[in-house]
Design a protein around this ligand. Sequence first.
Ligand code: C2O
Length: 537
Amino acid sequence: SRTRHYKFNVVMKNISRLCSSKSIVTVNGQFPGPTIYAREGDTVVVKVMNNVKYNVSIHWHGIRQLRTGWADGPAYITQCPIQTGQSYVYNFTITGQRGTLLWHAHILWLRATVHGALVILPKLGVPYPFPKPNHETVVVLAEWWKSDTEAVINEATKSGLAPNVSDAHTINGHPGPVSSCSSTGGFTLNVAPGNTYMLRLINAALNEELFFKIAGHKMTVVEVDATYVKPFKTDTVLIAPGQTTNVLVAADQGAGKYMVAASTFMDTAIIAVDNTTATATLHYSGTQANSLTTFAPPPARNATPVANSFTDSLRSLNSNKYPAKVPQKIDHSLLFTVGLGINPCSTCKVGNGSRIVASVNNVTFVMPSTALLQAHYFKIKGVFTTDFPGNPPFKFNYTGNPPSNIGTSSGTKVYRLSYNDTVQVVLQDTGIIAPENHPVHLHGFNFFAVGKGLGNYNPNTDPNNFNLVDPVERNTISVPSGGWVAIRFRADNPGVWFMHCHLEVHTTWGLKMAFLVDNGNGPNESIIPPPKDLPKC
Ligand code: C2O
């Protein structure tokens, strides 16, 4: 194994999209940002230098960070932000993982433009568990705002209302030729007939689950969130913010140009979405291409069956070489409601002086002013409490009529686990305000998605249908609108680990909490001391 060194210079850069130019926060002036390449077992060292007016931190989304929580990146959770003019070196080793992940800013809404791919190749000489593709390409899906995203969220925070949605989706940084204004190209994937291509799909969008599709071509899904899955064919991929999916595409159509598209999936009617479709082109090189083979993307709404047929097909590979280590006996059986609410706010505009909030088990998470991991490690008192509830504080029909009081409580609460405990969390969506998909992301662990259902979770009967053999293993999962998912993981990573909705607007509103995992007793079971350059708050 090797050590891979990268330099991330966070700088402003003028970029034009949708017929106008604006200054955005970037890494090294690139949008999307640079791709990090490493192999399983390698150590990655990234020096991040902050040369913008905002505080910055970078998260390596999906990297386990075994004992190296100091390199995880969420601001005020594992580190204080890197201030203007300062730098911080992220140093972590990739253990037991290979596949596609992403990195992104983890503060404010900066990840709108500060994100990129993290490609982890297998160890040297270790083949993929599927036929080797001839070529590999990173495909980053994201969103583009005409206005400044920090202004968008600041305005929404002030008013208490929902923020504006983006003006376009992008594929490798471009909305593509069909968007209202730009007629310029967009991303083109040149293919040679007979070859197979692996697309490393990443959803780096702030707030939108996306469908991805290629005209005339099926895709074989082989990996999600840097874990291998049982290969299956599909014509549509569903991918939530924070998720990654590797697909194989055989260039078996011979000639011409084929539309590639990313479009929104939102399974509830009342939430505003960006309805635009980003397009790219798959082009058989050397062939005449006067016409473009197109298709109609699935509708943004009412496409739940398309979405389900994709997610229900996902299974861990669970081979001898890559076994699915699903915890069978559970130490902590938790039920977390996830959803929105309304709290009073004298200066806000919703109804009569209130604001939209979000919560987990009715707790709207309040960001601390010192990082939780620092507070834990250095035993700084008064930063957080360990009384995060393992069950909802009151019961109601979660997916039916909301309770009369839809306010939430506030606090910086963590749920405490002992090293190596096994945990089951049932994430239950609530219909307060609106039932809506919540792509929930857990830092520091992969989990197994053992069950899923609509309506209220029933602890007496639903576990009978759990898949404890080959459930998909991932780091981000959508809690279905008006339903629930059950996830399981082993707390084999001491530290403080954030869990939150990966729709940035919901994170902002408070749909987040953290697990505190104590040190174990063994020699390699404790958090290592922080690096000397760890930023101060
Ligand atoms: Cu990809 Cu906490 O985030």
